[in-house]
Design a protein around this ligand. Structure first.
Ligand code: HSE
Length: 437
């Protein structure tokens, strides 16, 4: 039996996908049943590292998603449009879809999965989070019987590379970013990566699967790494931490609720001080890792290459094989396979960041005279913020540098205390505020 695919895009991931399909030997036998029928590209003349029969290539992308001969459309164009419209058109033409497009799924998942369920087709997205790391199917299948408590992930390779290099070289964010751009590890426009937006897309998708509800991207509190300084990385190290950009999705309470609709979640992305002994602390360079905690499984960590041609193509082809296997055994005609289709419709409630209870690391620049540390302590105490440590670490020019680490505190209280501290004459500035895992 052969399953015909239409590949939208022949960039990095599209090329990797075609390469796996062209070389099925040594892989699962189903791989050889998947046949590239058409490949949609922007230009037919562009030199390519892969050779495909000329009649396969076309610039008519709309023709692929409406082609009656095609069973599965693979969308690896990236970006929002025309990817979203082509996915919806493919679904409307009863085609299954495999995509690696986290931006489209995190924004338009509602529309896409509603349409897919109505049309009786599957939309699979293993490549959208963590590149080649299998995490989507494990959450849906192998871990699906667990009550998931939290997902904590390093899900953006670019920022992990930058933070790792800042840590090992002592360089500034700006210098390391421009080095990363020269090496091709960071985009010319690095916004989506360094401002945490890519990580927010990914944690939205993971949260949705783990907690069985849809997530509104705008409810996710998102901070990137631009404000992380070499000084903070050095102080964090002295205190026993490394700084990582984490995506976190958690149940807001320890109490297990009866229905997913009652669940209140925390979903957030921000640079975080991670204890050096924590399993995520040693994930370096462009690697990704996702730590899942659930009942009764305990902790499981997924680690590997979070991007790249071969790894992401591995995820894409595994989705193709999953769909082909279900179609081969009649799953497409007998109703939707409950482990592959999207089974939730409601939106999860997400708590405002002011309700978060966490530890904070904060660095202050102040006048160096008696009573300054005392007045900081008084302000924190007034708002019920308990301090774990407060240390004058040195000087910047003639200003004293004071680093504070709190106990677990309510973020709203902590921010109120900081507002009052900002008004103190002795306080010059608060260059860093970071959460501690
Ligand atoms: N830009 C992403 C990253 C890779 O740096 O991890 C694609 O998701």
């Amino acid at each position: 039996m052969a399953f015909k695919i239409g590949l939208l895009g022949l960039g990095t991931v599209g090329t990797g996908t075609a390469q796996i399909l062209q070389q099925p030997a040594g892989r699962h036998p189903m791989v050889q049943e998947i046949v590239i029928h058409k490949v949609g590209v922007r230009s037919l003349d562009k030199p390519r590292s892969i050779s495909l029969p000329p009649e396969v290539l076309t610039t008519d992308l709309a023709g692929i998603v409406t082609d009656p001969a095609i069973d599965i459309v693979v969308e690896v164009l990236g970006g929002l449009e025309p990817a979203r419209s082509l996915i919806l058109q493919a679904i409307a033409h009863s085609k299954h879809v495999v995509t690696a497009n986290k931006a489209v799924i995190s924004r338009y998942g509602d529309e896409i999965f509603t349409a897919a369920n109505q049309a009786g087709v599957y939309v699979l997205l293993e490549g959208a989070v963590g590149g080649g790391i299998p995490v989507i199917q494990p959450l849906k299948q192998s871990l699906g019987v667990n009550q998931i408590r939290s997902i904590t992930g390093i899900v953006n390779g670019t920022t992990n590379y930058i933070l790792t290099k800042m840590q090992t070289t002592g360089g500034s964010f700006t210098d390391i970013l421009s080095e990363a751009q020269q090496l091709g590890y960071a985009e010319a426009d690095p916004t989506a990566d360094v401002d945490g937006l890519d990580a927010a897309d990914k944690i939205a998708i993971l949260a949705s699967l783990a907690f069985g509800g849809r997530i509104k991207l705008q409810d996710i509190h998102c901070e990137g790494i631009r404000q992380v300084s070499a000084a903070d990385i050095a102080y964090a190290e002295k205190l026993g931490f490394v700084i990582k950009l984490l995506g976190v999705a958690k149940r807001d309470s320890e109490v297990t609720v009866d229905t997913p609709e009652e669940e209140i979640l925390q979903v957030r992305v921000h640079p975080t001080l991670v204890p050096q002994v924590h399993p995520l602390a040693n994930i370096s360079d462009v690697y990704n890792a996702i730590l899942v905690e659930g009942e009764p499984i305990g902790q499981v960590m997924f680690f590997g290459p979070g991007a790249g041609s071969g790894p992401t193509a591995s995820a894409v082809v595994s989705d193709l094989v999953n769909i082909a296997a279900v179609l081969k055994t009649g799953g497409g005609q007998e109703g939707m396979h409950p482990l592959l289709s999207c089974t939730h419709q409601h939106y999860c409630a997400i708590a405002p960041i002011s309700e978060l209870v966490t530890r904070f690391y904060t660095r202050f620049l102040t006048q160096d005279h008696p009573g300054v540390i005392g007045s900081l302590g008084t302000c924190f105490g007034k708002y019920n913020v308990s301090l774990e440590s407060i240390v004058q670490t040195g000087f910047q020019g003639d200003l004293a540098e004071i680093v504070v680490v709190t106990h677990d505190v309510r973020e709203g209280n902590f921010r109120q205390a900081l507002e009052q501290i900002r008004t103190l004459d002795a306080v010059n500035s608060i260059p860093s505020i970071l959460r501690v895992l």
